[in-house]
Design a protein around this ligand. Structure first.
Ligand code: SAM
Length: 285
């Protein structure tokens, strides 16, 4: 819940830590059937969306998160054609996924049609037209239910969810992870938004416990997203394949072949992102 000081969006994801962003112009503030959506302008971060008071995406720093969650698994995999994005209502993840010409289809399962519609209207700079890409298959549904019943198989599954509150809570359960694994094609990779370990250690610890039971390779990698405050953000990584061992030269060749122009991702950073500080590594073992 956010408790607004006049003109500020105060995020209270944690009882003992707050982050506030000045609201220079409120563009939208209302509830959908699932959550409270606010979209406002801030002088440094551009347009910002919060869901239930928690920062989800800002025009200023979204490139960090979307590049690292999309390009790390896709370039490590090397031949990803079917990609599933769970959540990602702002369209930024699907945008980065479909920059890979090698991806035949991006299935995006978002629970809240309101997020998609409002981000298309008020934050078009995030999706950049991806909702009109014929390779995008947008499904409005609960991602947990989708993986329980689909017979599709995916080379990469990206869980671009909210935090484990509200509709996102189900996406942090062992049942969900097991069902998501069932939907992976051989050599497939599951990556998950896993919060900021310094502030949310139990979230990462719980996910890693479930991943270790499910995958031969279970770890996380890091990205530094300014508005996900409190230190580096952890992105969960689970696979039975060898993709994490892809050597830097191969990553560089794939990156060049993909013709990607990035503002955060580099093949060297991809490799280094899996080098964990002790306090984070201890949450993964
Ligand atoms: N970058 C953000 C982060 O790291 O927290 C995530 C952004 S994205 C907007 C999160 C999306 O997850 C929202 O659009 C929300 O509606 C969606 N979502 C939450 N629970 C979901 C569920 N059970 N199934 C599908 N989508 C869900």
């Amino acid at each position: 819940m956010s408790e607004d000081k006049a003109g500020w969006s105060v995020e209270t994801l944690h009882p003992w830590y707050r982050q506030a962003l000045r609201i220079d112009r409120m563009l939208y503030d209302s509830k959908t059937a699932h959550q409270r959506i606010r979209i406002f302008e801030n002088a440094r971060f551009g347009r910002v969306m919060t869901l239930d008071g928690v920062v989800q995406v800002t025009e200023g720093d979204e490139f960090v998160y979307h590049e690292m969650m999309a390009h790390v698994p896709i370039l490590a995999h090397g031949a990803a054609r079917e990609v599933l994005v769970i959540g990602g209502g702002d369209g930024g993840m699907a945008r980065e996924v479909l920059r890979h010409a090698s991806v035949a289809r991006c299935t995006m399962v978002e629970i809240d049609r309101g997020v998609v519609d409002l981000c298309r209207e008020h934050m078009p700079g995030i999706s950049q037209g991806v909702f009109d890409d014929p390779r995008l298959d947008l499904v409005i549904a609960d991602g947990a239910e989708f993986v329980a019943r689909t017979d599709r198989r995916f080379d990469v599954i990206i869980v671009d969810s909210t935090d484990p509150i509200g509709p996102g809570e189900v996406l942090f359960t062992e049942t969900f992870y097991g069902r998501a694994k069932r939907c992976l094609a051989p050599g497939g990779i599951l990556v998950t938004q896993n919060g900021v370990p310094f502030l949310q250690p139990e979230e990462l610890r719980n996910t890693m416990r479930a991943f270790r039971a499910l995958f031969r390779d279970a770890t996380c990698y890091l990205a530094h997203v300014p508005t996900y405050a409190g230190g580096p953000m952890a992105l969960g990584w689970g696979t039975d394949g060898e993709a994490r061992r892809t050597d830097p030269a191969t990553l560089s060749a794939r990156f060049a072949a993909a013709g990607l122009k990035t503002r955060y991702y580099t093949p060297e950073l991809h490799h280094a992102a899996f080098a964990l500080p002790v306090y984070v590594r201890d949450l993964t073992v």
